[in-house]
Design a protein around this ligand. Structure first.
Ligand code: ATP
Length: 392
């Protein structure tokens, strides 16, 4: 089937008193790989279930390939070209890997009589069976599961089971592929490998794919675009690169920072300059002198400099090294600032580690071009497209 586009128009969904989706809208292009990224409970799975037609929205409309999906639950997912892989991919335990992958085709293409073992002798059934066989084997080859086709799910590892489940979803050549945290049960190495394989596979097949995750690195690594969701609504839709460089608000910036975003209260004193804890610091993103808000910067958006014990370095934030955490090639240096009284985290190369023993006076120098200023009130100018500061 050709890939489907999806248009979601102001859909809302309430469970009792809880508003799971709040007039949310989203457009997914045909053939696109889009991740829905957001914290636990923000409504990601609810959204996917509504798109799949497993549940109806209270209001609003979802169009798949331009067709409104009013009460789509009345039709089977497969009939509408939608394949869904859940967090807990339930394979048929008594069927082999082969039969699990073949199951959707057998159900769709053979009637009750034709499924009986004896019916295989009839030429028309044998022809259909051969066609199913060639498609199952092609998918098995693609997913590299051919060696395990004779095994039942109980004899497969979690990763192998997960690929069989993907095979079962892909074999019917869906126009839309919905994946709800399908790697949740895999260990880190297998997760990494499988996500690379799935991305390559999606590019080859060109199937529109919506991938739900709360893992930002997964979303950033796999997607053409990422839709970031909070509290039942989409905050930002952008390419991974755009999202990383230009988060629309503090929540998005925080969610996309590892291990976390440094947040410091600040006031704009001049265009391009802020006051943080009594120090004047250059920050290109700061506009409208007099505006108060939060300066947010990632651990990689600042560097550490030496500082004489009882002095400051102009344009930097004075502090003292609190502790160091190893992160492979890099280290995270936790610095207790003198003002404001808080800790910020700076990424440094591991060979620099010996310079920053706990207790060493240091100065935090922000990269003026990379940090952001999030105003407390919405800015009048739409120049940044940013919204007001969330809970600081
Ligand atoms: P997670 O990442 O933890 O899977 P999520 O973002 O997918 O979370 P949803 O499963 O969509 O979140 O749930 C959104 C909110 O709606 C949650 O607060 C959840 O408790 C609530 N919710 C979901 N389904 C139901 C239901 N059938 N009945 C009542 N509340 C529900």
């Amino acid at each position: 089937m050709p890939p489907s586009s999806i248009e979601i128009d102001a859909i809302s969904k309430r469970f009792g008193r809880h508003q799971a989706l709040n007039a949310m809208s989203l457009a997914v292009r045909a053939g696109e790989f889009m991740s829905i990224l957001g914290p636990s409970g923000c409504g990601k799975s609810t959204l996917l279930r509504l798109i799949a037609g497993l549940d109806d929205p209270d209001s609003g409309e979802i169009r798949v390939a331009g067709q409104p999906g009013k009460r789509p639950g009345k039709r089977r997912l497969g009939d509408r070209g939608v394949a869904f892989v859940f967090q807990t991919y339930a394979l048929y335990p008594n069927l082999s890997g082969y039969d699990n992958i073949a199951a959707p085709l057998v159900m769709r293409e053979l009637n009750g009589f034709e499924r009986l073992p004896g019916a295989r002798l009839l030429p028309a059934v044998a022809r259909k069976r051969r066609s199913i066989d060639s498609r199952v084997r092609a998918i098995a080859e693609l997913l590299q599961v051919a060696p395990w086709l004779t095994r039942k799910p109980g004899q497969l590892s979690g990763g192998q089971r997960q690929r069989i489940a993907l095979g079962r979803a892909l074999v019917r050549e869906p126009s839309l592929f919905l994946l709800d945290e399908p790697f949740a049960n895999l260990d880190a190495a297998l997760r990494h490998q499988t996500r690379a394989e799935l991305t390559a596979l999606q590019k080859r097949l060109g199937t529109t794919t919506l991938f739900v995750t709360h893992d930002q690195s997964e979303a950033m690594a796999m997607s053409d675009r990422v839709a970031v969701m909070f509290e039942g609504a989409i905050r930002q839709v952008a390419t991974p690169d755009e999202l990383y460089r230009n988060p629309v608000d503090l929540d998005v910036a925080r969610f996309l920072s590892q291990p976390h975003l440094n947040c410091l209260p600040a006031k704009v004193i001049l265009d391009g300059h802020v006051l943080i804890g009594g120090e004047h610091v250059a920050l290109a993103d700061a506009r409208q002198p007099g505006t108060e808000g939060i300066v947010g910067f990632r651990p990689e958006h600042a560097t550490l400099r030496p500082r004489p014990a009882s002095a400051t370095v102009p344009g930097t934030l004075p502090g003292v090294v609190e502790r160091i955490e190893h992160a492979g090639a890099d280290v995270f240096v936790f610095v207790r600032l003198l003002a404001p009284d808080t800790t910020c985290t700076i990424r440094a190369a591991s060979h620099e580690m010996s310079r920053w023993a706990p207790g060493t006076p240091c100065a935090v120098a922000l990269d003026a071009a990379s940090g952001w200023f999030f105003p407390r009130r919405p800015m009048q100018t739409a120049a940044l497209g940013r919204t007001e500061v969330a809970a600081a």
